[in-house]
Ligand binder design. Structure first.
Ligand SMILES: NC(=O)c1ccc[n+]([C@@H]2O[C@H](COP(=O)([O-])OP(=O)(O)OC[C@H]3O[C@@H](n4cnc5c(N)ncnc54)[C@H](OP(=O)(O)O)[C@@H]3O)[C@@H](O)[C@H]2O)c1
Length: 338
């Protein structure tokens, strides 16, 4: 059976380009006992994919040159010698940028496939993305009713959940996003209090107006200039869950540190970096809470689907130019099960 695979052929410098990955065709091998063959249906595109392509210090080993690009996938079992999984089961795992993968030793997790929940929701709200917003906002940020919360990349996969969780806590929420359409969606659809378009407005000055008492919680998805603008607007005892630094992932050279680092001292602020894999033992708790709020209509979510495995490298760029509208996913194959 033919298996199309995106292979990492060159470490990118700056934005990824057409030389970074190559599409090759390999043959699917025979299964051994305890293994199953999964047909990928959806591939999750995440900012961290760009980090995995580099060899900078990171939380997992970088993808090696010549390897299939790492990626989280959802698919269906098409052959099985694993007694825990049957043909037709929907599963999630690190299936890679390819059509098929062989899951060994429980590497594929069976999903609750009720025919009503879109499988893509398990890549967003009901998956690691949802857990990231949940633990980052509710445990590290821990916003209280009446406090002011700011979230960057607020209309994105993680950010759009983080803002809604802060609203559920009764906080005043300001989102920072990169277009007027995203800002309008945040205020009108998600019901947050205000939004700032970082491409058109001066974030520092707008925060001064919108949060004269200062920012109690800043959920940082971007780092860079936005972080500096928020640091200069912190309230006393502010908390900063440091979730991601997307403004730096394509950077070349060392870059500079935050200019307003001193505000952390003066405002007795707490900054905590976190990687969601560290919370694995508690995913169940987060996902059942998120699913409950979603079922009650208290959490809205949007998924941006790109067609075809061949589109994956170009589509990844949308996370960096901001053209994704919610959780970015590639449809690798049509799901004929429902
Ligand atoms: N710590 C963890 O375990 C963990 C887990 C998942 C994700 N993350 C991090 O969370 C962040 C968001 O990831 P996501 O999956 O939810 O992606 P996303 O927000 O759906 O997409 C990325 C968004 O980042 C914004 N962006 C891109 N370049 C930017 C720049 N230079 N300055 C400001 N904003 C920029 C764009 O939105 P605008 O149009 O609004 O600019 C873009 O839509 C990333 O930093 C990611 O690495 C961390």
């Amino acid at each position: 059976m033919d298996n199309r695979q995106w292979i990492l052929v060159k470490r990118p410098v700056g934005d990824i380009d057409d030389e970074t990955l190559a599409l090759r065709t390999a043959q699917v091998r025979e299964l051994e006992d305890g293994e199953c063959l999964v047909r990928n249906l959806y591939l999750s595109l995440d900012p961290t994919n760009r980090v995995w392509m580099s060899d900078r210090e990171q939380y997992l080993p970088p993808v090696a040159i010549g390897e299939v690009m790492r990626g989280i996938t959802i698919g269906r079992v098409v052959a099985s010698r694993d007694p825990r999984l049957a043909v037709g089961d929907a599963v999630q795992g690190v299936g890679g940028w390819q059509d098929y993968w062989v899951a060994q030793g429980g590497a594929a997790t069976k999903l609750r496939d009720d025919g009503k929940t879109p499988l893509t929701l398990y890549m967003g709200l009901l998956g690691m993305v949802g857990c990231t917003a949940y633990f980052g906002m509710l445990e590290i940020g821990n916003p209280q009713a009446g406090e002011t919360v700011v979230v960057s990349a607020a209309a994105g996969a993680v950010g759009s959940i983080a803002v809604q969780l802060a609203k559920l806590r009764g906080a005043r929420v300001i989102g920072i996003a990169g277009s007027d359409e995203k800002c309008a969606w945040l205020v009108e659809e998600l019901g947050i209090d205000a939004a700032i378009n970082h491409r058109r407005e001066k974030v520092y000055a707008r925060l001064r107006e919108l949060a004269p008492q200062g920012v109690d919680v800043y959920f940082d998805n971007t780092g860079g200039e936005i972080l500096d603008a928020v640091l200069a607007n912190l309230a006393l005892n502010a908390r900063i869950p440091l979730c991601g630094l997307i403004s730096t992932y394509n950077a070349t050279g060392r870059g500079s540190g935050p200019a307003n680092y001193g505000a952390i001292l003066i405002k007795r602020a707490m900054v905590k970096g976190f990687i969601i894999l560290d919370y694995q033992a508690r995913y169940g708790e987060a996902i059942s809470a998120l699913a409950g709020w979603h079922a009650q209509g208290k959490l809205k979510y949007r998924v941006d689907i790109v067609e075809g495995l061949e589109s994956a490298p170009r589509a990844l760029g949308r996370l960096f130019d901001g053209s994704n509208q919610g959780k970015l996913v590639v449809r690798v194959a049509a799901d004929t099960a429902h």
